[in-house]
Design a protein around this ligand. Structure first.
Ligand code: PEP
Ligand code: MG
Length: 589
């Protein structure tokens, strides 16, 4: 049994599928027989070819969109992908050692890393980053397009068992590609409650556990396993009795989910009739459909960076406009809040800078990055304003830290509107603009920001990590990234009060919005707009319909008196149990 961090609730029994990556720590894998060697070399050559074609297209597009010098990095990647010495080393390992292409790539990467580590020079360090990038590009063609991808059926004689993905880490681009596969659970060695794997699992409503140290060494593809996303347990090769017990829990979990979703056409209201808005956080078009199906009444957060992360190259203004328009048209009658690029931190695209910062989350990320790429930023603002003609659209700016930044952004939007008018390009005149409150400085100076913005959205994921100075993706400090804590609730209350005083619309779009215990307190603190992974909408609707405003206000009042996270957790766990014990399965430990 392994213990990790429960990041997406629910229980599933299934067979493991190991997503090995070139950066993973798994043992080298051999091919089953020498006869497979030619096919494996061919598979490798195909992956190289696909990578080269991809890179050629990127060079052209990046040069058009961002300028020639930004494309240089991809030109050097093209050289690497065509480097015959590197390719010959990989082929030779497949042929002589009978290794899989992925393992051969991994060994070559390790040998380059060892050589470069001995050379103390920035140029070589950068060069190693490029080699890593290229090898990972080839590797992802090998893994994600490999015939080994699970189909949900017949894995190692377990019949129609659901598939549980086991990985060291899931990269953002992989997270999106995996979105189309039939995966019923996710277990990763790295990551915390708000990492991509967590966000992906939640948006699909499947159980997941992160931060499970050593799991990739203990599991082979085809092993039976249990993922218990309620308290972060992972069982590998469980015995018959344990399996039967978990299968029963799994059935109950899915039955409850199916029953809850029947509330999709009912309005979201508390037991005494207070109206609440339950909105969806979406990362792509498919999530828009999922949001509609569960009864979300709008999109509270569209993370546009996923469009960039999964795009072959850089999406231009027209492509962005068409994509945003599609999301708006697929959400008839609903407001759609589109957040501008929030790259950096753990989400990087090579054309906007490298991963070489010592503290990427504290560094060059999000709106700071957009400010440094004014052409790219302006095109995104144009695309959003133009899409604003097709429905009710809000534009949201991430990671605003100071009033100066807000003023600068407002000025850019005004200028862009003027340009569009002058060019005669139609756009939505009534697109509202808003600020994400996710940096403590913005929360502390909220009054000043509220005077110059139409609405705000609280990004509790980042607000928490910055408030407690603990990386949201680092399992070692996950205990500090705890939403149910006195400091968080005090700051949230301060922000909500300021919004109430000024009548500013406020949404909370961090993961707290979909967590039953947090929601009980937030509703009591006056929050009426929650934006969450679509899968949580039915649960939160059911929860709120079982509690009165006065009851929740009492809970919130009490929570704000408590001094430790432990006290808050115990208190809210007990309240949730009283109100609806059936929904406890939807709250992670
Ligand atoms: C947040 O920080 O709470 C948020 C919603 O944004 P993201 O998780 O994309 O950083
Ligand atoms: Mg954020």
């Amino acid at each position: 049994m392994h213990k990790g961090i429960a990041v997406s609730p629910g229980v599933v029994v299934g067979v493991a599928y190991r997503l090995d990556s070139v950066f993973g720590s798994s043992e080298p894998q051999c091919l089953e027989s020498p006869e497979s060697i030619p096919a494996e070399v061919e598979r490798f050559d195909r992956a190289v070819e696909l990578s080269a074609t991809e890179l050629e297209a990127i060079v052209v597009k990046v040069a058009q969109q961002l300028g020639g010098s930004e494309a240089d990095i991809f030109k050097s990647h093209l050289q690497i992908v065509n480097d015959q010495t590197l390719l010959a080393k990989v082929r030779s390992l497949i042929e002589t050692q009978q290794l899989t292409a992925l393992s051969a790539l991994q060994l070559v990467l390790q040998s380059y890393a060892a050589t470069f580590a001995r050379i103390e020079h920035d140029y070589f360090r950068e060069r190693m980053t490029d080699i890593r990038d290229v090898i990972s590009r080839i590797g992802s063609h090998l893994t994600l397009q490999s015939p080994l991808i699970p189909t949900g059926t017949h894995v190692d004689g377990h019949g129609d068992e659901p598939v549980i993905l086991v990985a060291h880490e899931i990269l953002p681009s992989q997270a999106m590609s995996l979105g189309n596969l039939p995966i019923a659970g996710i277990v990763t060695e790295t990551g915390g409650g708000t990492s991509h794997a967590a966000i992906l699992s939640r948006s699909r409503g499947i159980p997941a556990v992160s931060g499970v140290v050593g799991i990739t060494g203990d599991v082979r593809s085809g092993d039976l396993m249990v993922v218990d996303g309620r308290d972060g347990l992972v069982l590998v090769r469980p015995d018959r009795e344990t399996t039967a017990a978990y299968r029963k829990l799994q059935r109950e979990f899915f039955d409850l989910k199916d029953r809850l979703v029947l509330n999709r056409d009912q309005p979201a209201r508390s037991a005494d009739g207070s109206q609440i808005e339950l909105l969806a956080n979406i990362n792509n078009l498919a999530d828009t459909q999922a949001a509609l199906k569960v009864g979300a009444t709008g999109v509270g957060l569209f993370r546009t960076e996923y469009l960039f992360l999964t795009h072959q190259d850089v999406p231009d203004e027209e492509e962005q406009y068409q994509y945003y328009r599609q999301i708006i048209e697929d959400s008839p009658g609903c407001a759609v809040t589109i957040r501008t690029l929030d790259l950096g931190g753990d989400k990087t695209v090579p054309y906007l800078g490298r991963r070489s910062e010592a503290n990427p989350f504290m560094g060059w990320r999000s709106i700071r990055l957009s400010f440094e790429h004014p052409r790219l930023f302006e095109r995104q603002i144009r695309a959003i304003l133009r899409a604003g003609r097709h429905g009710k659209v809000n534009m949201l700016f991430p990671m605003i830290t100071t009033l100066e930044e807000l003023r600068y952004v407002n000025k850019l939007v005004e200028e862009t509107r003027r340009n569009l008018r002058r060019e005669g390009v139609p756009f939505g005149e009534d697109v509202k603009t808003g600020v994400m409150v996710e940096v403590p400085a913005a929360a502390v100076c909220i009054d000043a920001l509220l005077r110059e913005t139409d609405f705000i959205s609280i990004g509790s994921n980042d607000l928490i990590q910055y408030l407690v100075a603990a990386d949201r993706d680092n399992p070692k400090v996950a205990h500090l990234c705890e939403p149910l804590s006195p400091a968080i609730f005090k700051v949230l209350q301060m922000v909500l009060d300021a919004c109430q005083r000024t009548g500013t619309p406020v949404t909370l779009c961090g993961e707290m919005a979909g967590q039953p215990r947090s929601v009980l307190a937030l509703f009591g603190m006056g929050l009426r707009r929650f934006s969450m992974s679509p899968a949580f909408v039915p649960t939160i609707k059911a929860l709120l319909s079982s509690v009165t405003t006065a009851q929740a206000e009492r809970f919130a009042h009490q929570v704000l008196q408590l001094k430790t996270s432990e006290e808050i957790r115990t208190y809210l766990t007990a309240r949730l149990h009283e109100i609806s014990s059936a929904l406890e399965v939807f709250d992670s430990a």
